[in-house]
Design a protein around this ligand. Structure first.
Ligand SMILES: [Zn+2]
Length: 289
């Protein structure tokens, strides 16, 4: 029990050695293995990679908490040792094209008598992991959600500036463009809304499949952005989502709607101004500092 109190990299190396000697003794040596506690993640428990002639196995640092049973760590190490044996991150010949596909890891674990350990670890994770993670990383989660709330507020303020395009305006444009494609208002393939874009989201619009919604980057609410830019985004998604409407057909539809210059204007504006616009005018710019 004393040992469990001191889960450091040496301890981890000893666990790995023991597992390797007991269950993987037939696997020829590839790169020498270095095991470390080195990632803190919600969904990732371990990883293996080749680095400078060594095989680096990293295990979630949250597993150093004595609340996490040792068999969970063992199961993680065993999983990575299977990758090692299959030639991933070990310098050994590759035995499969893909590290996981076809259930090759589970099959190998079962073949080596590690099925029970794996199932025990899976069951523990299913039962305890989410709550444990929330407890251990409460501050991180709170910070993330506070940031998201603050970003939401900044975007709300931004989007209700006088003279800015509203969500009703978005919908009206969508209805008009839908009509150009022969789609009545009640048969449009998606709804449209603003995207409270993060600083990393540089696209002008995004398709959210589960919500059946196209979200247009909030900066496009700015009246300095030409109408053509918005129309082009909506027309693009209409063309994509109404069953691969061909480019010429799409252009004809735009022309018929008196929007022949739309694509040209939109692409020109995008090329010339969008990058700068994103950097200078983003409402979350202050948050990033
Ligand atoms: Zn894996």
């Amino acid at each position: 029990m004393l040992e469990a109190d001191c889960r450091d990299d040496d301890w981890l190396a000893r666990r790995l050695q023991e597992l390797r000697a007991t269950y993987f003794a037939d696997v020829p040596p590839g790169y020498p293995i270095v095991a470390q506690f080195g990632i803190q993640a919600r969904y990732r428990f371990g990883s293996i990679m080749a680095r400078e002639g060594k095989s680096l196995i990293r295990v979630n640092t949250l597993f150093t908490d004595p609340f996490v049973p040792v068999f969970v760590i063992d199961a993680t190490l065993a999983h990575e040792l299977v990758h090692y044996a299959h030639g991933f991150g070990s310098g050994l010949p590759r035995r499969h094209a893909n590290p996981h596909r076809g259930g090759v890891v589970d099959r190998e674990l079962a073949r080596r008598g590690l099925k029970e350990l794996t199932e025990q670890a899976d069951a523990w994770r299913r039962e305890h992991w989410e709550a444990f993670y929330a407890r251990r990383c409460a501050r991180k989660l709170a910070r993330q959600s506070a940031l998201a709330d603050a970003a939401g507020r900044l975007w709300e303020q931004w989007l209700c500036r006088p003279g800015y395009r509203t969500v009703d305006h978005l919908r009206a444009r969508l209805v008009r463009l839908g009509a150009c494609f022969g789609l009545p208002a009640d048969r449009l393939p998606f709804d449209v809304a603003w995207l409270h874009a993060s600083l990393r989201q540089k696209g002008l619009s995004y398709w959210f499949r589960r919500e059946k919604t196209v979200r247009v980057h909030g900066l496009i609410a700015d009246p300095r952005v030409p109408d053509a830019v918005l129309d082009f985004e909506l027309a693009y998604w209409l063309a994509c989502l109404t069953g691969g409407t061909s480019w010429p057909k799409w252009q004809r539809a735009l022309q018929q709607a008196g929007l022949q210059n739309t694509a040209e204007v939109a692409l020109r504006w995008r090329g010339r101004y969008w990058k700068r616009f994103c950097v200078q005018d983003h409402p979350l710019r202050s948050q990033a500092g």
